[in-house]
Structure formats: C-alpha cells, structure tokens
Design a protein around this ligand. Structure first.
Ligand code: PLP
Length: 435
C-alpha cells in the first residue's frame, strides 16, 4: 500500500491489509464478542506467502518441498492451513511432532529436527517413516538400536551438519556467535565417523543432509555458500543414497517498508539456491528433493495484534498510552524497534501531533509496546493495531499476570475464532496445579 493511501486510511479510521479491512465500528463489535485485545490471522496473506515461496523455488527446481517451521507459530489452525496447501511439518520436539499427528499430518510428511530427542521419539519417528535429521552423535546409537531390532525395514535418516559458515572470512551467525552448537561437526571428523558408524548397519540409509543456520543478515550469499557445501558433502559421502538436501529456514519474508531493510526477495534466494542445486546435480538421473524450512517468512506478516486504549496518562512531560496488551504479546524479545502500527480512532477530530509511548499491563517498567511515537494522541477507547506479529510471539507469550488473548482468523470478511480466550480455569489448570 502506498504512503498516501495509508495516511488516508489512517485519517478515516480504516485499517486495510490484503483482503482484510476494519473500521472502528467493526473493532468495537469484535471487542464485544472477544474482549479488548486479540490477534487476527490474515488467512489470505498466509496463503499468499506460501504460494509465493513455492512459486519462486519450484519454478527453478521442480523437486521442491516446504517444511513449515512449527516452533515459529504452532497455532493449530495455521499449521493445518499450511498443510492443506502442501507444506510438510517441520518439528523440533516430540510436543510439536504429536501436534502434527493430531492435526492429521501424514507422518511421512513430518520432518523431525532439533537437538533433544528421546529413544522413544526416535523409534516412533522411524517406525512412522518420518524424515528424521540427526543433530548429535547420541542419536546414532538409538538409530542403530532400532535398525538392529527391525532388520526387515530400511531405516532412512538425514544428518544435520555443522560447518564453518562465514562470508568473506567474517562470522555471520546471530548474536555474534562464531560457531553454531547444532549439528554434527565436519571439521573435527565427527560427521565422517557418524557416517562410517551408520553405514556399518546394512539396513540404515543416510538419505539427506540438513543445514540450518541463524544468521544476522540472512544474506543470499550465505544460502549460496551453504547449499554448495551441503551438495559437495552429499556427493562425496552419500551419492548413491541421496534423497534430499535440506537447507533449513531463516530466509527473510516480505518486510514492512518502515523496517527500512532492503531484504532479498524469495526469487533472490531461490535463484541462488536452485542455481547451485541444478548445477551440482546436473548428472543425477533422480535429483534429490530440495527442502526449505521457512518460519518467519511464512507467518510474520500474516498476523496483527489489536489492543484497546485504556488510559492516556501524563507523567512529568511524557505521555503514556496504556493498552490492554503487553510487549510480550507483540515482541517477546523486547527489542526497541517500533513495529508498524495504526491507530483506529473513535473520533477523527485530530489534535496536533505529540510524542507518546505505548505501554502494557504488566508491572515491568520495560513493558513498552512502542517508544516515542509522534502522532495525534490516542483517546481512551481507541484501538491500536500492531502489524507483523506472526512469528515467535504466540509461542513465546508467557503465562505472566494475565490470561492469553484470543486469536481470530479473517477470510473474506468472515471472522472466526481459532483460539478461544483463556480463562482462569485454563490458566490455573486443576489437572496441573495442586490447590
Ligand atoms: C527455527 C528453525 C527454522 C525456522 O527459522 P526462521 O528463521 O523462522 O525461518 C527452520 N529450521 C530449523 C531447524 C529451525 O530450528
């Protein structure tokens, strides 16, 4: 949406985003049914993200699979919708694995990653023929054990590999880490010994390699380097059994203009990755599947959070807008960047602009939903819409001080509940707590 339209909408008190449109009256109606804060999933946007990612990669490399990263947002409705579109479930714990099963996911379409798996987890995943990526050597023993007990079945597994990922000699991992703690290290020979160990058992087949790294810049170049490295190792060590190359997640989604980050597009990533895949496997009769595990890119921009203004308060020379929400609802990492937001006002007699902060219901001083906004001061009863809150929010929202807000979904003017408002009896679940 261009700036002019955005401003016009703001003045008229409309919020509109790809197929979703609200005015004050509509939000007030929703408040009457669901309370004064809630999330809304934009189903249209979610589908669009999936289809755009798929189109970018599949048009360049046909054997392409999207594994949606459950941990980014495992709202059941959302996982199910992505599954319906064709996404595999990428899970990193037994909890998430069980959720995928409960949602009716075909176990063969579950990718089981993550550092911690029990013997039962591994044996279940193997029995179900899920895609299992080994993260550490302790899992190798459990897999061998299963294979020896089930000599009539072919036990297929993948290995998450750990290698030195740098760009121009510089470390690129998030938070300044020089090495990653995940996967099996190539440099110290652990990967080679794991492969030798596994190949000793005739009915174990290593069918793929996995490489997920969280980098600060999420650069296209880092994907090119990573894909190339995975392809090279696969060709050296697994050429006759190779079925997939899994490059993990971590790509940028479409960002709001206000972030002022010139993010690569899905096409940019796909071009780099698929070029490597096509070149490296040119001579392969059966090209391995390319698996991508997007989290943020799939859901970040598909959810908004709406909170009502409860009070406008001045302290010394500053203005605080108290809303029925918390920083935990929209940015649990508490970073200081303001999210894109819009105020939906009951009255549009706009006052002069003023600096204000938006603060939340917890008792923490740092509970700021937004800092230093310069706009006409909101009034009690107005609503504030925070955008881009789909990733790592709902899954990170702690049971702190107040029940979790409900989650709605919007599709073509139709709005329905996908997570009910939490009540006392769920918050202090009597099956858990001893009273
Ligand atoms: C977290 C994670 C993802 C998703 O990462 P995003 O940055 O949200 O895209 C994918 N794969 C694995 C193994 C992960 O741990």
């Amino acid at each position: 949406m261009n700036k002019l339209v955005e401003e016009e909408n703001a003045i008229q008190g409309y919020y509109s985003q790809d197929g979703m449109k609200f005015d004050y009256r509509k939000l007030n109606e929703l408040e009457n049914s669901y309370g004064s804060s809630f999330y809304i999933v934009n189903v249209h946007k979610l589908r669009e993200n999936y289809l755009k990612i798929k189109q970018a990669f599949k048009s360049r490399y046909d054997n392409f699979i999207i594994g949606y990263s459950y941990k980014t947002n495992y709202l059941p409705y959302l996982c199910k919708e992505l599954s319906r579109l064709g996404a595999y479930a990428e899970v990193v714990s037994r909890l998430e694995y069980d959720l995928a099963i409960k949602l009716g996911e075909d176990p063969k379409r579950i990718i089981f990653n993550g550092p911690l798996k029990s013997r039962e987890d591994i044996h279940l995943a193997l029995k179900n023929e899920s895609i299992l990526n080994v993260d550490s050597l302790y899992e190798v023993e459990m897999i061998k054990d299963y294979a020896l007990k089930n000599q009539n079945s072919v036990v297929k597994i993948g290995l998450r590999v750990n290698f030195d990922l740098t760009e121009n000699g510089e470390p690129i991992l998030q938070d300044g880490y020089e090495i990653s703690r995940f996967g099996i290290c190539i440099e110290n020979g652990n990967l080679q010994s794991a492969i030798i160990e596994l190949k000793k058992i005739a009915n174990i087949k290593i069918i793929g390699l996995h490489g997920h790294f969280s980098t600060t810049k999420r650069s296209v170049e880092s994907y090119r380097i990573k894909t190339k490295k995975l392809c090279m190792i696969a060709k050296q060590s697994l050429a006759d059994s190779l079925e997939f190359i899994d490059i993990g997640g971590g790509i940028y989604g479409e960002l709001p203009a206000s972030f002022q980050i010139n993010a690569p597009t899905f096409d940019d990533y796909a071009e780099a990755v698929c070029e490597v895949m096509n070149r490296e496997f040119m001579d392969f009769e059966r090209k391995p599947a390319l698996i991508l595990e997007p989290g943020v890119a799939m859901v970040a921009n598909a959810i908004i959070f709406i909170a009502k203004v409860i009070e406008t308060k001045s302290v010394a020379d500053q203005s605080f807008i108290l809303v029925d929400g918390s920083v935990h609802n929209i940015k649990p990492t508490m970073h200081k960047n303001n999210l894109p937001m819009q105020i939906i006002r009951r009255n549009n007699d706009l006052k002069a602009k003023k600096m204000f902060n938006i603060v939340g219901y917890t008792c923490m001083e740092k509970d700021y939903l937004a800092h230093g906004i310069n706009d006409a001061l909101p009034n009690k009863g107005d609503y504030i819409i925070f955008e881009n809150v789909g990733a790592y929010t709902i899954v990170f929202n702690p049971p702190f001080i107040k029940v979790r807000p409900p989650i709605l979904a919007a599709e073509n003017n139709d709005i329905f509940v996908v997570r009910r408002k939490e009540e006392f009896k769920q918050f202090f679940n009597e099956e858990l707590y001893i009273f």
